[in-house]
Design a protein around this ligand. Structure first.
Ligand code: TTP
Ligand code: MG
Length: 242
């Protein structure tokens, strides 16, 4: 039956408001990303970045327009098959009370220990885990060891990677990482060849992407590469200079 095979994503005239309100949060968004490409999403707080993310794995459904994955409307996929192919790393990393292994393998209970470690290496958290009192058996969450914001983010990224998603969505998930660690992470992500959406505040991250989408108050303010946006978007230039 229908599963994500390549990871192409297209938004066609997408508008969205939350069920409890009639204020539009996204208005008439159209863009497309080819399999394996990286899209960086920029925009000020409240511009709609997280809302846009939620429409791909159908945490919410569009109000108008269509979201297509591999050319097919997301509404036509069995929801569990759709979500299986998409790794979403939320803005606030969520850890469960349990071991590091359980936290990385959550949602993929058949993951082998090699797969867990390999995801941790790529997410740049393996070295930290090795230094914990019981390494991968160390308990985190309530009454477990305390982890920093950046360490939680990387565990949360490892959890997405272990599922080998066709589409990976990072919601500001590298905000607490230093530039060197982030650079290594982005390099490791390329080996997954998945389509990657990355919400970021950092121009250095956006510059690496195949496309940049600049959201402003729920609409596409600009779309293109770093070079193109420098020439076409006064708002982008302002962000670069700030
Ligand atoms: P977001 O999509 O959360 O905006 P953002 O992700 O760009 O902001 P930030 O950089 O701070 O993470 O919000 C857009 C609008 O949607 C905003 O008015 C808040 C509203 N909103 C809801 O009403 N319910 C929700 O669950 C979310 C996530 C947002
Ligand atoms: Mg957000």
């Amino acid at each position: 039956s229908l599963t994500i095979s390549k990871g192409a994503v297209e938004f066609k005239n997408v508008s969205f408001h939350y069920p409890e309100s009639d204020v539009p949060v996204l208005r008439d968004l159209s863009f497309s990303v080819q399999p394996g490409e990286t899209l960086a999403i920029l925009g000020s707080t409240g511009s709609g970045k997280t809302s846009l993310f939620q429409l791909v794995p159908r945490l919410y459904d569009v109000t108008e327009g269509e979201v297509l994955v591999d050319g097919k409307n997301v509404m036509n996929y069995p929801i569990e098959k759709l979500r299986k192919g998409i790794g979403v790393v939320p803005q606030e990393a969520v850890l469960f009370t349990g071991s590091i292994t359980e936290n990385i393998g959550w949602g993929k209970e058949d993951a082998t220990s090699d797969e867990i470690i390999s995801a941790a290496v790529d997410a740049q958290i393996h070295e930290t885990v090795e230094k914990l009192p019981n390494q991968y058996d160390t308990r985190v969450g309530q009454r477990g060891v305390n982890l920093s914001g950046g360490q939680k983010q990387r565990l949360s990224i490892a959890r997405a990677l272990v599922r080998k998603p066709k589409i990976l969505m990072l919601d500001d998930s590298t905000s607490a990482l230093d530039l060197k660690t982030e650079g290594k992470l982005l390099k490791a992500l390329r080996t997954y060849s998945c389509t990657t959406f990355i919400i970021t505040q950092k121009i250095s991250t956006a510059m690496e992407a195949d496309h940049i989408l600049l959201l402003d108050d729920g609409t596409v303010e600009a779309w293109g590469t770093h070079e193109e946006l420098l020439n076409t978007s006064p708002l982008y230039v302002k962000i670069v200079q700030s």
